[in-house]
Ligand binder design. Structure first.
Ligand code: KIV
Ligand code: NA
Length: 264
């Protein structure tokens, strides 16, 4: 099997073919999603919430993410694996950004990195790209700046649309191979997708993006409770796992498990 590369995603855009990206943080989901034909897997800093149980993405560190990146990369044969640079690991200078990106490729084994920010991150994107590392950008609502942005809110409504468009142009000119558009009005995402040569990957950005991404635990219904409007649940893993745990416990209590065939 041939590894998916940035040029395949560009070619898909030229053919008008949409594709899906999922997060993954472990070997089993990585292997399953790879076999399911998901071409790009993101080891998101959303591991902060979805693996480590933090309230926000801010606390997660490079040292916490790298083992997950390694697990996902090792478990895939075809998917392009993107490692997400966590808060504090790239904002100081393009030099710091490049140093962190290099760690992700050397120690994590991933094929590309992602970082948040438009114009403000253009110099970092350029430095990493110039070192031969593909960069996925992320604009619109950027969770690492949630305190500055005033919580989870749609970005680029009304007069603010132009600044999102400017961010998109800035990351593309800096050399990004793709860009995540998070919580951006559908019409703004449509314009950006039309204007840029590189693929746009929407999350809460409407159907006109070149690709869509969801956090896998949201997509598969493992995470319980209220989900953002942009989430669609394609399975009920929370229900399935709860029922399995309850059946196991019940069979242990009543002596149905282990049976003769499970016994040496
Ligand atoms: O960390 C993450 O999961 C992300 C995607 C939702 C784009 O950044
Ligand atoms: Na992220």
């Amino acid at each position: 099997t041939k590894r998916v590369r940035a040029h395949h995603l560009l070619a898909a855009k030229e053919r008008g073919e949409r594709w899906a990206m999922l997060t993954s943080y472990d070997q089993y989901t990585a292997a399953l999603f790879d076999q399911a034909g998901i071409p790009v897997l993101l080891v998101g800093d959303s591991a902060a919430n979805n693996v480590f149980g933090y309230e926000t993405t801010l606390p997660v560190t490079v040292d916490e993410l790298l083992p997950l990146v390694r697990a996902v990369t090792k478990a895939t044969q075809r998917a392009l694996v993107v490692g997400d640079l966590p808060f504090g690991s790239y904002e100081e200078s393009p030099t710091q950004a490049l140093r962190t990106a290099v760690r992700f490729l050397k120690e994590g084994g991933c094929h590309a990195v992602k970082l948040e920010g438009g114009k403000r991150s253009a110099a970092a994107i350029e430095a990493i790209t110039n070192a031969g590392i593909p960069v996925m950008a992320h604009i619109g609502f950027t969770p690492q700046s949630e305190h500055q942005l005033g919580g989870y809110r749609v970005q680029g409504r009304g007069d603010a649309a132009q600044s999102i468009v400017d961010d998109a142009i800035a990351v593309a000119e800096a050399g990004a191979f793709s860009v995540v558009l998070e919580m951006v009005p559908g019409e703004v995402a449509k314009k950006i997708t039309h204007d840029l040569a590189i693929p746009t990957i929407g999350i809460g950005a409407g159907v006109d993006c070149d690709a869509q991404v969801l956090v896998w635990q949201d997509m598969a219904g493992l995470r319980q409770g209220a989900a953002p409007r942009f989430v669609k649940r394609y399975a009920d893993l929370a229900g399935t796992l709860t029922a399995a745990a309850q059946s196991f416990a019940e069979e242990v209590r009543d002596g149905a498990f282990p049976a003769a065939e499970h016994t040496f």
